[in-house]
Ligand binder design. Structure first.
Ligand SMILES: [Zn+2]
Length: 325
């Protein structure tokens, strides 16, 4: 990727190509993480602590602008900056580079004047980064708040950055935890996005086999009696972990419990690693138990590996695919 990004400071490239590059990067990430192609890119990047390629280019553009502005007048880039770009006339092919940079400034809502006068390059760079990070955080928040499906993810409130549970080589427990966190599982809460409500009703697949609630992550992790054994193991392990405040845990509602188990914030600092292990274990056990259960009514709504097809489903003659953004 860095090779393809060469000269990204001054060359924006073809918009379509830029988008394709971004897609290639995310497709690769999804393959490695073994999650569905329909998983939100924004949320996945937050999990990986990854910026969109555009962000890196934006950062480099602004840094380059600073360098050109503060470079001795006789240096070539400075001469080019004055001579060429200032002469480009309206209507001529090609985008003015300073226009592109202007757009980046607007986009990050950074105070250009204030940041440009930050003094040393290091301080300038830090301020640019800060503004860009703010834009990314805002984009993530908007994404998470715009879809009900991300309620649990929003509740985790872990922000941007490589999450510790993903450290080390990728294995099934990590994939599963990732998918529980982002909601990338074949359950009604997710299927709703791909299926018409009529079809979903006919299959009668919304209700958990226990008959007491619609099947959801919160239900299977924290409520359903079918998974009581798995939950007992979890609570036993929590009690054995000295730092865990079981009294506090027991006062939580199901949704809070699920968020505590899937997330990183509830576990005391000294028990974070242990917490991650315990959390992966219950998710693994619950999911295994769920998929081994005979399917009631003889109608299998689960595909081979328990996830909807990569290519979406045909609903009313139209392919449905989730938006990836
Ligand atoms: Zn149930």
């Amino acid at each position: 990727m860095p090779k393809l990004e060469y000269a990204g400071e001054v060359c924006e490239g073809n918009a379509k190509l830029v988008k394709q590059l971004e897609t290639v990067q995310m497709t690769a990430a999804k393959k490695i993480l073994r999650c569905l192609s329909t998983t939100s890119n924004t949320v996945l990047r937050a999990e990986l602590g990854m910026h969109p390629l555009k962000t890196n280019r934006d950062m480099r553009k602004l840094n380059w602008q600073y360098k050109v502005k503060s470079m001795p007048k006789q240096r070539l880039p400075a001469i080019v900056d004055r001579a060429v770009w200032e002469k480009v006339t309206k209507g001529r092919a090609g985008i003015r580079w300073d226009g592109v940079v202007e757009k980046v400034w607007k986009d990050i809502r950074g105070n250009q004047g204030e940041i440009m006068s930050a003094g040393k390059f290091g301080r300038y760079k830090a301020k640019v980064e800060e503004s860009i990070e703010r834009r990314e955080r805002l984009a993530l928040r908007n994404k998470v708040e715009s879809e009900k499906h991300f309620e649990i993810y929003g509740g985790l409130r872990e922000g941007l950055g490589m999450k510790t549970y993903l450290h080390g080589p990728m294995d099934f427990a990590k994939t599963l935890k990732l998918r529980f966190r982002v909601g990338d599982l074949d359950m009604p809460e997710r299927r709703k996005r791909y299926t018409s409500s009529r079809e979903e009703g006919e299959v009668g697949a919304q209700v958990c086999p226990c008959g007491k609630a619609i099947e959801s992550r919160t239900h299977i992790v924290s409520e359903c009696e079918i998974y009581k054994t798995e939950r007992d193991v979890l609570e036993e392990e929590m009690r054995e972990t000295d730092e865990c405040e079981m009294e506090e845990f027991n006062t939580m509602n199901s949704s809070e419990k699920t968020i505590a188990i899937l997330g990183d914030r509830w576990w005391p600092q000294e028990a974070k690693q242990e917490g991650d292990k315990i959390s992966k274990k219950i998710i693994y056990n619950v999911w295994k138990q769920r998929n081994e259960r005979p399917i009631v009514g003889g109608v299998s709504i689960r595909s081979r590996n328990g996830v909807p097809s990569r290519n979406g489903r045909v609903v009313n003659g139209q392919m449905t695919k989730a938006s990836n953004n």
